[in-house]
Design a protein around this ligand. Structure first.
Ligand SMILES: Nc1ncnc2c1ncn2[C@@H]1O[C@H](COP(=O)(O)OP(=O)(O)OP(=O)(O)O)[C@@H](O)[C@H]1O
Ligand SMILES: [Zn+2]
Length: 665
């Protein structure tokens, strides 16, 4: 059951794939094992009527041996070829030992139970794996592609970027892309875990969308594997089938199985000591004749029984089965967990740090206040601000341009050039031959030159107290004024924080690049304990490190400006990862949808996984601890195998409960 040599990373845990694999192999194992059981029963019953040593019953028991031992022997040979010693192989030694002692029925029982236990175990693990493979099957095989006036059926693997595919109602979208024609609503649950269908409409500017497909808004973007619930849509393909979000998720989930968790590393280490110790014990037991007066056959039998009892089979499978089920369940809920490590760590930690914009807030700021300095007109302030923000792709910039233009009316906007982004503080550019600086108030202390006029400063502070994000604009040495924006907290944020506390998160903090007063206001409104404001991206990393000094911390962000902080947290959790490659790649846990509500689900799931791993460890170690003395004291080999395989199946069944996990909020 477990290797005495460390298994290669790719065969994490208890691997009974038998090389060939496939559904037939699984079924064949069960059939062979049941056949073994039938031969055993018939041979045993016939033997009772015929008396010992009759040829007929013996032939049946030999057939039971053959059927029950077939896969075990095959695997043992395979292992020997790889120069691996597995305890599985020793099960054959035990059965052979029973045969030598003339205990054919007992040996056949051993092989029957052993093969049945392992066949069922493989079947159960296969169930968790199939839950993952079901994701891959969501993508249709073919797509209807518009070629001039004609529609052609094309294999999705032959789709190229720029193809326009037609998606009929109730059909699955064949490729990632953006809508060019038609309006509909799409069920994206398979990718993002959102239960409510999302409305889609065509992009306004196809050329622009083609150039920057990752910047296309969620109302235009569609993903392979999602279901069109309304009317016909035409979608321009932006990714090859092998690169689609679905394909990447499936790939990441598959590889997650092979990332060992801390508990797995621990059990691996434990087995490296335990297995040789068992072999030594069994070796010593062969000399029991020196202590107790018994025939060697009895000594040998006892040693074989101990060997069976001590196999740490359940222990080896206890963690991998739970991790596999947990990762599969999460994937079905639109959450990608990259392995047992993050899953287990998230299951025990008590502190969560949040990014503000786009994570706790909607990430859709709106201009609320425009305050020109004395002697400056509103138009002058706005036109310069718009000119500069137009060149930036910051979330605040988009809001200033959109809302600013409405307020500006027909007033002309000058041309800005030489944009320079002052990360986390603001922007610098040239307008009408003069340098324009725009950004948070503290930026101007840093820059030197003319200081912010006292009157303007008071008004900025006043706005900040009201929870507004404020930036100041300066052209040359002249202050034009300040603009205030407001980003509303996500509707779900408050309830999510409350639920996270129920789940055992005791420290909830917020990290923000915005000023401290805004940070405090947002934190208070959603129920966060502590807000750290005025942080530059590198300060966020330092803040995470400081928090980690007091215990493990997970960080939740959207991958914008916070990727380094996500990477330095114990567990980095990204939101809205379906739309962002960076987030999908850098995070340990990716919430595919842009929904804060999925956070309690994944926290609860990881906590449940931890609990189940704990239970499994106790059950498997407890069973071994009971069976070793029991067999030394004379428990029958058949009974020992029954308990041994029973505990293995129990552990796997316990893990499979995770597939049905629901957040009970
Ligand atoms: N393009 C811009 N226009 C106006 N102000 C800006 C701009 N870029 C940065 N700032 C100022 O710098 C502050 C912090 O910048 P930014 O929002 O990029 O940081 P962040 O770390 O992403 O913040 P958050 O914690 O809110 O997500 C902003 O609140 C704003 O005052
Ligand atoms: Zn086993």
């Amino acid at each position: 059951m477990s290797d005495t040599t460390p298994p290669p990373a790719a065969s994490a845990g208890h691997n009974h794939d038998h090389g060939s694999g496939g559904p037939w192999a699984g079924r064949a194992e069960i059939i062979f094992s049941l056949a073994s059981g039938a031969f055993l029963l018939a041979g045993w019953a016939w033997g009772r009527t015929q008396g010992d040593g009759a040829t007929g019953p013996l032939i049946l028991l030999l057939l039971a041996y053959a059927a029950g031992g077939f896969f075990t022997v095959r695997e043992a040979i395979e292992n020997l070829r790889h120069r691996e010693l597995k305890i599985d192989s020793l099960m054959i030694v035990a059965a052979a030992g029973a045969a030598v002692l003339g205990q054919w029925a007992e040996g056949a029982l051993l092989l029957f139970l052993f093969s049945l236990g392992h066949a069922l175990e493989n079947y159960a693990m296969g169930r968790a794996r199939r839950a993952i493979e079901a994701l891959a099957a969501l993508r249709p095989e073919t797509a209807l592609v518009r070629r001039g006036d004609q529609l052609v059926d094309v294999s999705v693997n032959d789709l190229v970027i720029g193809d326009v595919v037609v998606v009929k109602p109730d059909e699955r979208v064949a490729a990632d892309g953006f809508v060019v024609l038609g309006e509909s609503s799409i069920d994206q649950a398979a990718i993002t875990g959102e239960s409510v269908p999302v409305d889609k409409r065509p992009v306004v500017d196809v050329a622009e969308a083609r150039q920057r497909p990752d910047a296309v808004g969620p109302e235009h973007r569609v993903f392979a594997g999602t279901i069109n619930q309304g009317k016909v849509l035409e979608v321009e393909v932006t990714r090859l089938a092998s690169q689609s979000t679905l394909a990447r998720v499936v790939e990441l989930v598959r590889s997650a199985e092979h990332q060992k968790s801390p508990t797995q590393l621990f059990t691996d280490r434990f087995q490296k000591i335990f297995v040789p110790a068992v072999l030594v014990l069994v070796g010593l037991l062969l000399f029991a004749g020196l202590v107790v007066d018994e025939p060697f056959s009895a000594t040998f039998y006892r040693a074989m029984a101990v060997l069976v009892a001590a196999s740490p089979c359940a222990l080896a499978i206890s963690t991998p089965s739970a991790v596999l089920s947990g990762v599969a369940r999460a994937a079905r809920g639109g959450v990608l967990i990259k392995g047992g490590g993050p899953l287990e760590r998230l299951g025990v930690l008590h502190a969560l740090a949040f990014d503000k914009t786009g994570t706790l807030t909607e990430g859709r700021p709106q201009v609320t206040d425009v305050m020109p300095a004395d002697g400056v007109t509103t138009q002058e302030l706005l036109s310069v601000a718009i000119a500069v923000e137009r060149l930036s792709d910051h979330p605040l910039a988009a809001a200033v341009v959109r809302d600013g233009l409405v307020r500006l009316g027909s007033h002309a906007v000058p041309e800005a050039t030489d944009l320079e982004s002052l990360t986390g503080r603001g922007l610098k550019a040239t307008v009408a031959g003069e340098t324009v600086h725009l950004g948070k108030k503290s930026l101007f202390d840093e820059l030197g030159g003319a200081a912010v006029p006292a009157a303007l400063k008071t008004r900025v502070l006043d706005l900040e107290h009201q929870g507004r994000t404020v930036f100041v604009v300066r052209q040359g040495d002249r202050y034009l004024g300040a603009v205030g924006l407001m980003d509303t907290p996500r509707e779900a944020a408050k309830a999510v924080m409350a639920r996270l506390r129920e789940l055992g998160m005791t420290r909830l903090v917020m990290l923000s690049g915005d000023n401290q007063r805004v940070a405090d206001a947002v934190a208070a409104s959603v129920g966060i304990d502590r807000a750290y404001g005025d942080l530059m991206p590198e300060d966020k990393v330092k803040a995470i490190q400081a928090l980690r000094a007091e215990g493990e911390v997970a960080m939740v962000g959207d991958g914008v400006n916070d990727a380094p902080a996500l990477a330095s947290a114990s567990v980095g959790i990204a939101m809205g990862a379906a739309g962002s490659d960076v987030a999908l790649e850098t995070a340990d846990v990716a919430l595919m949808g842009d929904k804060l509500e999925h956070l309690p689900f994944v926290v609860g799931l990881s906590r449940q996984t931890r609990r189940i791993i704990r239970q499994n460890l106790w059950a498997s170690l407890g069973m071994v601890a009971l069976l070793i003395p029991a067999t030394i004291l004379g428990m029958k080999m058949g009974v020992a195998v029954l308990f041994h395989e029973g505990s293995t199946l129990l552990v796997v069944a316990n893990a499979l409960r995770l597939l049905a996990y629901r957040d009970s909020a």
